[in-house]
Structures are given as structure tokens and as C-alpha cells.
Design a protein around this ligand. Structure first.
Ligand SMILES: [Zn+2]
Length: 388
């Protein structure tokens, strides 16, 4: 049992900020939020002068690429397909998948990302999948492992989804069958797309809230309306989309149409692994009434996009205790609203504490279950070998 005392709580999901409040956690779940909570059995952690908010959720990341950080800084799409998805991926053994996922998950936690929707190209065999799932359990991160031929996992931290080529990169009939199969299993299906087949998907009755569309840089206003009406998840990864030439971010189009787009990192071969930069990049591209509204795109809207809004994405009684504690605003914490300042001013270095499922995985600025330095050394060995 844990009691976070005297924090400045940003609960998310439209709930007002609480300038001084406590959060009581038991058995992985938020039991109470309010002023002057007491619990004789709880370990008390003083978080005064700190922001307490939901853990960040990345709706699209190829986590296995963590050891390859930076190798694609000048890479176009053909280069990515041949070097990363071709040569490098074919060199990954289950052990590599394990350590690469541990590294990617550790770096995410370090930046306050508590849930990864992991497009796991590396889960080609049962051994690969075991290696990836156990990596998340060892590090203590929450993950949805999206696989081409999904094996249903439903543990406290790790669940499954289906990742398919989709009708733009694959063929239509296969996509229709794959979506139907995932629906039978109750899994989210995710696809990379520009959005140009949205009308056809709509007319075939295929759109729905259990589809997660990634990028969507070619959508028209009509496409956006159909996707918003269907409640489909949208993951915009603005840094990678700009660097690799996918096109401009559609984030503002979806917001203006009443949609709730989410953000993601995608690949760290050419982008940073935190979610603060995608928020700020989105601020540079569109005008929002409040910078703080972008927090939704990495919390509650991200949870909705991956079908987990009933469990994570906001601080509410009964939700899983996925929580981050941020420094850097101690002069404002407890004094005035802080959401916009978090979006405009903070970053990875301000993430002081991270809890996933009620367990402290980062404390006093240091990861509890992972030694980043040794993981990076292992990752460096993987990169040198698989890149030749
Ligand atoms: Zn991707």
C-alpha cells in the first residue's frame, strides 16, 4: 500500500486539477484521491512540489528497434525497409528481442511512458513472443504486444493486439479476413496507412473503435469525419512522419472534427523516445485553445485509441495505478494550474518517479529494475552484429 502525499494532481480525462491532494494505492489500483487521506498501513511518499499525473501512453512504437537508435537519421522509406526491417530484423534472435525490448521499455519508463503499444515485428516465433513478453514483466512496464498472428496474452502487464499490413500495404481480402479474426478474439487491429482507402472501408462497414490507424497523413475532411464517427483510434507520430516524408500531421484535422487523436514515437532510429517532443511538435503545427489539452493525446485519448480507457489514462478511483511524478515546476505546483506548463516546458529529466500497476519502477530519478547503462551496452552489441 502506498500513499502519495501533498502532490499537485492532474487527473486527466477532463477532471479539474487538484492543487494539493493525496493518492492512495493498493494492490495496483488507485483506491482514493483527495486531501488529507490517511492510511496506517501505507508507505507514505512525500510528493509536495511535484506534479502527479497519469503515466504516458505511446500508441505506436516498434520497441525492438531500441538498440538501433539514430541509425536512420538520414534514412528514407526504402532504406528503412532494406536496412532495418530487412537486414537488422533478420539478425534478431529471441535473446536479442528480449534485451532490445528491455532497453526500449526501460528508456520509455525513464521518460514517463508507462504503456507501450508495441508493433512487435520481432515476434515471429513463440520463443520470440516469450522473450518480448518476459522483457516487459522484468522491467515492470505495461505493454500491448501487437503481432501479425496474435497469440492472446492477458496478464496484468502484457496484453495482445493484431498488427497487419492493412489494405494500403497488403491486399484487401486478406485485410478484411484479418480484421474479422481479430474481432472474434476481441483484439484491437492496427495498421499503417495514409488514409486513402477510408471511404472504401467505411462503405464495407469495416470501420470501428477496435481499429488503430497509424500516421494517416493523406486523409481528407470526409475521411476524418468517417473515422471520427466510427470512433476509430488514430495514432499520429509527428516527428517520424516529418523526418521520413510521410507528410504533415493530421492531428489538428482530427481535433477540429471532434476526434480524439493520440500521439506516438514510432521508431527511435530517427526520433527521441519520449512523448514530450511529439506534444511540442504538435503545438508548433496547430493552434490549440490550451497547450495542456495535448496531455489528453498521451493519456486518456491514447488509452481510448488502444481500447484501455477503462483501466488506464487517467487518475480515477478503480483505475490501475500507472502514475508519474514530475519535478521542475515546484514554484507553480499547488499554486496555479500546471497542465500547459507540463506540455510546453518539461521533459524526460523532470520525470522523478514512475509507478506502473502500483509498483514504483523509477524513484528519485533512477530506474528501479533496470540498469540503463548495462542495457545500452548489450544493445550496442546487438546493433553492431545485426547491422553488420
Ligand atoms: Zn510504425
Amino acid at each position: 500500500m502506498l500513499l502519495l502525499k501533498n502532490g499537485h494532481v492532474i487527473p486527466g480525462a477532463g477532471a479539474p486539477e487538484q492543487l494539493r491532494a493525496d493518492v492512495l494505492i493498493d494492490a495496483g489500483v488507485i483506491r482514493a484521491i483527495g486531501a488529507d487521506l490517511t492510511s496506517p498501513e501505507a508507505e507514505v511518499i512525500d510528493v509536495s512540489g511535484h506534479i502527479v499525473m497519469p503515466g504516458l501512453i505511446d500508441t505506436h512504437r516498434h520497441v525492438w528497434q531500441a538498440p538501433l537508435r539514430g541509425v536512420g537519421a538520414n534514412m528514407d522509406m526504402p532504406g528503412y525497409f532494406s536496412v532495418v526491417l530487412g537486414r537488422a530484423l533478420s539478425g534478431y534472435r529471441p535473446d536479442d528481442a528480449h534485451f532490445a525490448t528491455m532497453l526500449g521499455a526501460a528508456e520509455a519508463l525513464d521518460a514517463g511512458v508507462t504503456t507501450l503499444f508495441d508493433w512487435s515485428n520481432v515476434t515471429r516465433t513463440a520463443a520470440d513472443l516469450d522473450a518480448v513478453a518476459s522483457a516487459y514483466r522484468d522491467i515492470g512496464a505495461r505493454a500491448v504486444v501487437a503481432q501479425e498472428n496474435p497469440v492472446v496474452i492477458d496478464s496484468a502487464l502484457v496484453t495482445s493486439a493484431r498488427a497487419i499490413l492493412g489494405p494500403e500495404y497488403g491486399d484487401w481480402d486478406t485485410s478484411v479476413r484479418q480484421i474479422a479474426e481479430a474481432r472474434e478474439l476481441g483484439l484491437v487491429t492496427t495498421m499503417h496507412a495514409g488514409g486513402r482507402l477510408t471511404r472504401r472501408l467505411h462503405d464495407a462497414g469495416l470501420l470501428g473503435p477496435d481499429l488503430l490507424w497509424v500516421h494517416m497523413n493523406a486523409v481528407t475532411d470526409d475521411d476524418v469525419k468517417m473515422l471520427v464517427d466510427a470512433g476509430s483510434g488514430i495514432s499520429v507520430t509527428p516527428l517520424v512522419e516529418a523526418i521520413m516524408g510521410h507528410g504533415s500531421s493530421p492531428f489538428g484535422m482530427f481535433r477540429e472534427a471532434g476526434g480524439r487523436p493520440a500521439l506516438g514515437v514510432d521508431v527511435v532510429i530517427n526520433a527521441p523516445g519520449d512523448l514530450f517532443e511529439p506534444m511540442r511538435d504538435t503545438l508548433r503545427t496547430f493552434t490549440f485553445a490550451s497547450a495542456g489539452s495535448l496531455l489528453d493525446a498521451v493519456t486518456i485519448d491514447a488509452a481510448r485509441a488502444i481500447g484501455m480507457q477503462d483501466r488506464i489514462g487517467s487518475l480515477a478511483v478503480g483505475n490501475q495505478a500507472d502514475i508519474i511524478v514530475l519535478g521542475g515546476l515546484s514554484h507553480l505546483a499547488g499554486v496555479s494550474e500546471c497542465a500547459s506548463a507540463v506540455v510546453t516546458c518539461l521533459g524526460r529529466a523532470d520525470v522523478d518517479m514512475v509507478l506502473v500497476n502500483g509498483e514504483v519502477v523509477k524513484r528519485d530519478g533512477r530506474l528501479v529494475h533496470a540498469d540503463l547503462r548495462s542495457l545500452r551496452e548489450t544493445g550496442s552489441g546487438i546493433a553492431k552484429r545485426v547491422l553488420g
